[in-house]
Design a protein around this ligand. Structure first.
Ligand code: ME8
Length: 529
């Protein structure tokens, strides 16, 4: 253990029944930005992502493609891992639920829930959505004009009847409500919390947690039956095993593992469609197994294509690989985190991304840095200039930059990624106004000391902005800090504010642009599929 405060963060683990899409990329980018932010703020961070490989959806897709579920999982999980590389994720591990370590963890949590008396065998009869891998009450389903019954997320449900193991979820209703009450930030953003509490208040039914009509799952560690009968083998309901990945990833069931101190997770980052699993089922399983609960479940919104859900049938699915190749990695990272208010739905469109790249990155930050640094290079002997006395305008912009850490920290205490970026880019805008208003180029002959002061102040503001932009645009930020002559140890949040002020006389390399303008190629932007 490092002695630093620990921070354990996870993404959902994706179903590798298809290729990764923008929704997966979005969640991964956001989680990575949070992980990087906390690392730069001195935490000992562990960041887990991976793939969720069991269940009926995987089995059915594999059948359609003429593969075994294992082959399908191997092929597509690899692509998710490649996406992690593409997006520059700083994850510490990539878990696959088909790994032996995960079988052990899932068997152990099952045994513990059973030991608590929360698992029993009973006949299940009800509606199941393969697409959502979810059981729904009759009242949550509706019969469409097309004769198809659908669940609350619009996916078709099918009638299922079999003897399964149940988890006594009903016994956890009051405990869950008490937990939400005592921990108002357990579910964020707050709008989502109300949705969960009203679902739980409405009454919880026991949950079917095994299947006998499916063999693609983790076998239930079944007790020997005493009635002499042979029941068909059960595999675990995919969500029991999927949720357990979060503890497998930090060593469970080996509580002596060097990773186990990371549990409980500080934040599970997930999409709004799977909140119920994370905020209701998962804490109930953990309570039953006598394990600590995660500190927070953050539910982000959906990325839509011009207001519509992306789907293969609509033909508006955008491939993250194409997107990164067309616009650049850091541009894509910045775009999603700034444009899609974290916690709400938001839109992707080629126009919106080009606009963000050109307005926020190339013009506002890129030009400010390039203009001030190249003036220093040409007019101050390529060294950080010695400022004269600060005028009111200098003090105001320095104070705005110095105040950024507190604002960013306060926002990120609640994973308000977009609010943190808004605060940083508000200072970028202020700094541009300052630079344009003070006109250092006009002072070159008339008042060179004043020019030096303005350039010093601008470069100092760029320094702090670069540090604070690092979680989102790590490479560009690093380059900016290099152009400002900053050693690696001056790239963390410790160097923010007065503590890390630029030192006059520091030799600076010749600056290069870090954020090129986006110019649409002759051909169309990434094709929608
Ligand atoms: O749900 N915009 O996997 P998954 C934003 N295996 N996020 C989106 C999105 C979109 N358009 N589409 C999907 C599963 N997501 C389970 C999770 S966790 C123990 C098991 C998000 O591949 C979605 O909300 O369907 C989820 O958080 C993640 O992508 C993986 O979705």
């Amino acid at each position: 253990m490092s002695g630093r405060p620990k921070f354990y963060i996870t993404t959902a683990i994706s179903y590798p029944n298809g290729q990764p899409h923008i929704g997966h990329a979005y969640e991964a980018i956001a989680t990575d930005a949070i992980a990087r932010f906390e690392r730069l703020d001195g935490k000992d961070v562990y960041f887990l992502t991976g793939t969720d490989e069991h269940g009926l959806k995987m089995k059915q897709t594999a059948l359609k493609e003429g593969l075994t579920p294992r082959e399908l999982a191997d092929r597509n999980s690899k692509r998710f891992r490649e996406m992690a590389g593409l997006l520059g994720l700083s994850n510490d591990d990539f878990i696959r639920t088909t790994e032996p370590r995960h079988y052990q963890a899932s068997e152990e949590i099952w045994r513990r829930m059973e030991k608590s008396g929360d698992i029993f065998l009973q006949k299940y009869a009800g509606w199941y959505s393969v697409r959502d891998e979810a059981y729904y009450n009759e009242t949550e389903t509706t019969l469409g004009d097309d004769g198809v019954r659908r669940g609350p997320q619009g996916t078709p449900v099918e009638w299922t009847e079999e003897e399964t193991y149940f988890f006594r979820l009903s016994a956890y209703q009051d405990k869950l409500l008490a937990h939400y009450d005592a921990n108002p930030d357990f579910i964020l953003p707050p709008e989502r919390r109300n949705e969960v509490t009203s679902f739980v208040r409405g009454g919880l039914e026991d949950l079917s947690i095994s299947r006998t009509t499916l063999d693609w799952g983790i076998p239930v560690p079944e007790p020997k039956r005493t009635d002499g009968k042979n029941s068909p083998p059960h595999v675990m309901y995919v969500w029991v095993d999927a949720l357990t990945n979060y503890i497998t990833g930090v060593g469970f069931p080996d509580e002596k593992s060097e990773l186990w101190h990371f549990w409980p997770a500080d934040v599970h980052v997930i999409g709004k469609d799977i909140l119920r699993f994370h905020a209701v089922y998962w804490p109930a399983f953990l309570m039953s197994a006598g394990l600590e609960l995660p500190k927070r479940v953050f539910s982000h919104g959906f990325v839509l294509s011009k207001g519509e859900k992306m789907s293969k049938s609509v033909g508006n699915v955008v491939d993250p690989f194409d997107l990164v190749h067309a616009y650049g990695l850091e541009q894509v990272r910045y775009f999603f985190l700034r444009e899609v208010n974290f916690g709400q739905d938001g839109n992707y469109s080629p126009e919106a991304i080009a606009n963000r790249i050109n307005a926020d990155l190339a013009n506002d930050l890129g030009n400010l840095a390039q203009r001030s640094l190249s003036m220093i290079n040409k007019n101050c002997g390529a060294r950080v200039p010695e400022p004269g006395e600060f005028a009111a305008a200098d003090k105001a912009i320095l104070a705005a930059a110095d105040g950024l850490y507190a604002k960013a920290r306060e926002a990120m205490d609640k994973q308000a990624v977009t609010r943190y970026l808004d605060a940083v880019w508000a200072v970028v805008a202020d700094a541009n106004r300052y630079f344009a208003g003070e006109e250092p180029w006009a002072k070159k002959k008339t008042d060179p000391k004043r020019m030096e002061t303005i350039l010093y102040v601008t470069a100092e503001v760029v320094r702090q902005i670069a540090i604070l932009a690092t979680p989102v645009t790590p490479h560009a930020a690093e380059k900016l800090l290099d152009y400002l002559g900053q050693d690696d140890d001056a790239h963390t949040f410790k160097a923010l504010g007065e503590a890390g002020r630029l030192k006059p006389g520091t030799v600076l390399p010749e600056p290069q642009g870090v954020f090129p303008r986006y110019v649409a190629p002759e051909a169309e932007p990434p094709a929608e599929k």
